[in-house]
Design a protein around this ligand. Structure first.
Ligand code: DQA
Length: 148
């Protein structure tokens, strides 16, 4: 096992995955996402801290924690993506790889979803791959750590 875990952070409304607009986000729940991510991370010997919050400040605190306690961050900031300067600034201080994940292809959707305050701070951006995007996010972190 790598000493530090990957932080997988989820923003507002992602706790409702599975029932929220399944035609956009699919039928899998966040618990399914967590199980998949843990399995993928294990193939690299990586542990996972998996969190979700509907509160911006809580996400900022986890990002600050990740600076010293994570080997990388996979983050779906959800709606906060499109307006949170606080998340942008918190990520700016992180030296670990950061992968921004969106389940849906935000670029195919409403114009307000085309702006991301997170992408300028991200090592990689994955959108439209469904929940598989989270596993790809772990792959990218592992690649940056030289584990693949
Ligand atoms: C999302 C896309 C965002 O625009 C939206 O606000 C979400 C989920 C996605 O995973 O596709 O809550 O981040």
């Amino acid at each position: 096992m790598n000493e530090l875990p990957v932080y997988v952070l989820n923003g507002p409304n992602l706790n409702t995955l599975g029932t929220r607009r399944p035609e956009v986000y699919g039928h899998a729940t966040l618990t399914d996402v967590e199980a998949n991510v843990r399995a993928r991370a294990q193939t690299y010997g990586l542990d996972v801290v998996f969190e979700q919050s509907n509160y911006e400040g809580q996400i900022v605190e986890w990002i600050q924690q990740a600076r010293t306690q994570a080997c990388g961050i996979v983050i779906n900031p959800a709606a906060l993506t499109h307006y949170s300067v606080a998340i942008h600034d918190a990520l700016e201080m992180c030296e670990v790889p950061v992968v921004e994940v969106h389940i849906s292809n935000v670029h195919r959707r409403e114009a307000f979803r085309h702006t991301s305050f997170v992408s300028p701070q991200a090592t990689a951006v994955i959108a439209g791959a469904g929940i598989l995007g989270y596993e790809f996010g772990v792959d990218v972190v592992a690649q940056h750590l030289g584990l693949r």
